[in-house]
Design a binder for this molecule. Structure first.
Ligand code: GDP
Length: 275
């Protein structure tokens, strides 16, 4: 869950840091281009050039995700797709982003923002030439900010801003759990897995079929997870699949994109898409 005090602190840090830049680079998870955005922050970014980077492009269903690109471009964003994990980020920025950042006093300064787990640390640490350590949910650091040089003019703030998407319905929370952006509490792990099972059964049954032994029935989510556990040899007494262990592993592999490409949402499902 998100904690109100924490959200407020993080928002304040972004508010301070935003003054120093002319562009905001928002990282979004390509699998949930709607749910991993944080619309509530729009007013903070009002006067800035807005760049959206759809990250984890390697594990999304490209045709579905592409539909979002048009939507956000029509709303005035610069949109790029990428797999930050497998590229040279400095070169990518020089080639695709630097020219988009408005110049002020002969410099182009930008702030990176995004929901938890969308790739902020991967982005920043690779630019710094350091091994990735997750910033997790740590609120923005208040000491004087540092800048990472991309080229002679372009600088990225070394402290990314953490955005907290609004959880105004359960399916948003489940999708954030499935993408690893939100930690599941209590029964939410079961609920998220059941949500994924229903979605995949309808839209992408191959992923389910590949998770269990050939010929296993895909009737309900509980049995599905048990069968997944069985395939992995997570067994309880009597040779039954260990549901709890299966659940944990399946959710982890889904969120890491190990079971195949998934995009959970398309623009047609939404009446209105905010900025
Ligand atoms: P942060 O919480 O926004 O700082 O996210 P991190 O940079 O810590 O990344 C979260 C997880 O996503 C890590 O396990 C990364 O290795 C992984 N990740 C980052 N970029 C990509 C990508 O382009 N593709 C895939 N498949 N995984 C990625």
């Amino acid at each position: 869950m998100w904690y109100p005090g924490h959200i407020a602190k993080t928002k304040r840090a972004i508010k301070d840091n935003i003054k120093a830049v002319s562009a905001v680079i928002e990282l979004v998870d390509s699998r949930i281009p709607y749910s991993s955005r944080a619309y509530e922050y729009a007013s903070l970014f009002r006067d800035k050039k807005k760049i959206i980077i759809f990250n984890k492009y390697d594990i999304c269903e490209i045709e579905k995700t592409k539909k979002w690109i048009k939507i956000y471009e029509n709303k005035g964003y610069i949109v790029k797709t990428v797999s930050l994990k497998s590229i040279n980020i400095k070169n990518f920025l020089k080639k695709n982003i630097a020219n988009e950042i408005p110049e002020k006093f002969n410099e182009r300064r930008a702030l990176v923002v995004g929901a938890p787990n969308v790739g902020k640390s991967t982005f920043i640490n690779s630019l710094k030439g350091k091994k990735t350590t997750s910033v997790g949910n740590t609120p923005g650091i208040t000491r004087g900010v540092q800048w990472i040089n991309v080229d002679s003019k372009t600088k990225i703030m070394d402290t990314p801003g953490i955005l907290f998407p609004e959880l105004y319905n359960k399916s948003i929370a489940y999708k954030l759990i499935l993408a690893g952006c939100l930690k599941a509490e209590d029964d939410e792990a079961d609920d998220a897995a059941f949500f994924a099972f229903d979605y995949l059964k309808e839209n992408n049954p191959k992923i389910l079929e590949n998770s269990v032994e050939n010929g296993s029935k895909l009737e309900n989510a509980y049995e599905f997870i048990e069968n997944f556990a069985k395939k992995r040899n997570f067994l309880k007494k009597g040779g039954i699949g260990d549901y709890q262990r299966g659940l944990k592993t399946w959710l982890k592999e889904i969120s890491d994109g190990k079971l195949g490409r998934i995009t959970y949402e398309i623009p047609d499902e939404y009446e209105e898409i905010k900025v």
